[in-house]
Design a binder for this molecule. Structure first.
Ligand code: HBI
Length: 97
């Protein structure tokens, strides 16, 4: 089970995740999509990845604006699982036309 990241580890990790911000409680990222249908398609793809990883983001859907928030509930903070999930979410977003 991956442990809670130290503050300096989190700072370094966020440098590799442009668009993501966060603190010891969680990391988050907001994305603007071309439209609602594309936003929902992104959510669907992220959901499948979250199921694969058994690690699920909080997702806020507002028309074409998505906010993803990741934390490891069982650890009470940010772990490597959250960074892995964030990187996979970035791959989905990079593939949106
Ligand atoms: N998703 N974000 C997040 N954090 C968790 O701790 C978590 C999860 N999905 C499933 C999950 N934990 C299971 O491993 C159980 O711990 C509930």
């Amino acid at each position: 089970m991956s442990g809670i990241l130290a503050p300096e580890e989190l700072t370094e990790a966020l440098k590799r995740l442009p668009g993501w911000s966060g603190d010891g409680e969680g990391i988050e990222r907001t994305a603007e999509l071309p439209g609602f249908a594309t936003a929902i398609a992104v959510v669907d793809r992220v959901a499948a990845i979250a199921e694969q990883l058994d690690h699920h983001p909080d997702i806020d859907i507002r028309w074409r604006t998505l906010t993803f928030r990741c934390s490891t509930h069982s650890a009470g903070g940010v772990t490597a699982r959250d960074l892995d999930l964030a990187a996979r979410i970035e791959e989905v977003l990079a593939g949106v036309s």
